[in-house]
Design a protein around this ligand. Structure first.
Ligand code: PLP
Length: 397
């Protein structure tokens, strides 16, 4: 029998964050101790899923909430998501909601339900690589649009509009952004929605970090609160704001005119039914998370703010690094200028210092520029140690 022939779509599926882990494992096997600034998982550091969220899951398990649920989710979890979307986020005209395995699954279900081979989708560059990975799998073209580093990493609506061509179906917004930590202003969002309305694009608004805002003068605006004549899919979940990435629970809220969104909602429903449902006991945590105590959010913001400030201060002291300070999430995306590629920089750092970053190429970056992504979740002494090691290594380049 011949070796198994695999799908040609897989060749284009990459995910730099996990690729780096392979290099890190090799360094660890060779005896190097690692400082991991590569994975956006708060629970690897001094952040814990809130007790009342865990309790709700345990209670669910004890009450035998282990059957399948409706494909979209339990009525209680869906009702809590709707209340939060309407009351806190200001989203109206909700037409469809889907709870899935992390935010990742509803994102994949929506893209699969929407797109056909040969079509295209606008994705932010830099941006979270899941979108490119799913589009590659679907045989759909990702059209990168640049976030402008000179303008606080904001998208440029006119530049983005000029990239639209026949067959462009959707616009992906990631706000706050991974990897830049930038937060989009209301004005920019309104301009982007105007472009989407003019070209009949479906807007995917990834708001998984919406309550991780690090500055008092920065406000997160839910894209879908701004217009109800544009179909907008808002994504969120328990992974980041509720410090439970391994719970694997997220959701999609589809809003917009009923007649416009109905076919997409129906197609998503078909795909949702084929995969049965999300974890039943974990869905029991959704009302507790959204409507229970929210004290942890202030504590998380406080820690992240301090760690962001340390990152800004420390990177300013490393020749070759320049950083646009992040305002949200827990990522910094400094520009690096050294006579080696960003990939070689990341590999060199792992090999010689044990500090693990991710190369900017993994998120997309404007041609001719080089960056690295830093996760600034670790406690302060470890962060400072990492920055000192980076500085010492970069002196040798
Ligand atoms: N969207 C963004 C912007 C992310 O950064 C991540 C994870 O890092 C996800 C989606 C995936 O979320 P989940 O863990 O809920 O699948």
């Amino acid at each position: 029998m011949n070796p198994i022939r695999t799908s040609r779509h897989v060749a284009n599926v990459t995910y730099a964050v996990r690729d780096v882990a392979v290099w890190a494992q090799a360094a660890a096997a060779a005896g190097r101790s690692l400082i991991s600034l590569n994975i956006g998982d708060p629970c690897l550091f001094d952040f814990k899923t809130p007790e009342h969220v865990i309790e709700a899951i345990v209670r669910g398990l004890r009450a035998n909430k282990t059957s399948y649920t409706a494909s979209e989710g339990t009525p209680q979890a869906l009702a809590a998501i709707r209340r939060d979307a309407e009351d806190r986020k200001g989203i109206r005209d909700i037409r469809y909601m889907l709870i899935g395995h992390g935010a990742s699954e509803p994102i994949e279900i929506l893209l699969t339900a929407l797109l056909n081979e040969g079509e295209s989708v606008l994705v932010p560059q830099p941006g979270y690589p899941l979108y490119q990975a799913v589009l590659a799998k679907l045989g759909v073209e990702a059209i990168p649009y640049d976030l402008d580093e000179a303008n606080d990493w904001q998208p440029n609506p006119a530049e983005l509009g000029a990239k639209i061509k026949p067959g462009t179906r959707a616009l992906v917004l990631i706000n706050p952004n991974n990897p830049t930590g930038s937060v989009s202003s209301k004005r920019i969002l309104e301009e982007l929605l105007e472009v989407a309305a003019r070209h009949e694009l479906v807007v995917l608004s990834d708001e998984i970090y919406d309550r991780m805002i690090l500055d008092d003068d920065v406000t997160h605006v839910a894209t879908a609160s701004l217009r109800s004549d544009v179909p907008i899919a808002t994504f969120a979940g328990l992974s980041k704001v509720w410090l439970g990435p391994g719970l694997r629970l997220g959701w999609c809220i589809l809003s917009g005119p009923d007649a416009v969104t109905a076919p997409l909602a129906a197609a998503m429903g078909q795909l949702a039914r084929a995969r049965l449902c999300a974890s039943h006991p974990v869905q029991c945590a959704v009302p507790a998370a959204l409507e229970g105590p929210q004290d942890h959010i202030r504590e998380v913001q406080h820690k992240l703010r301090r760690r962001r400030d340390i990152t800004v201060e420390q990177l300013a002291r490393i020749p070759g690094f320049s950083l646009v300070p992040p305002h949200g999430a827990f990522y910094a995306f400094p520009r690096v200028e050294f006579p080696i590629s960003d990939i070689d920089l990341v590999r060199g750092l792992i090999e010689h210092t044990g500090v693990v970053l991710v190369h900017g190429t993994g998120f997309g970056q404007k041609q001719g520029t080089k960056h690295v992504r830093i996760v600034f979740l670790p406690q302060e002494p470890l962060l400072v140690e990492a920055y000192e090691k980076i500085r010492d290594y970069c002196r040798t380049l």
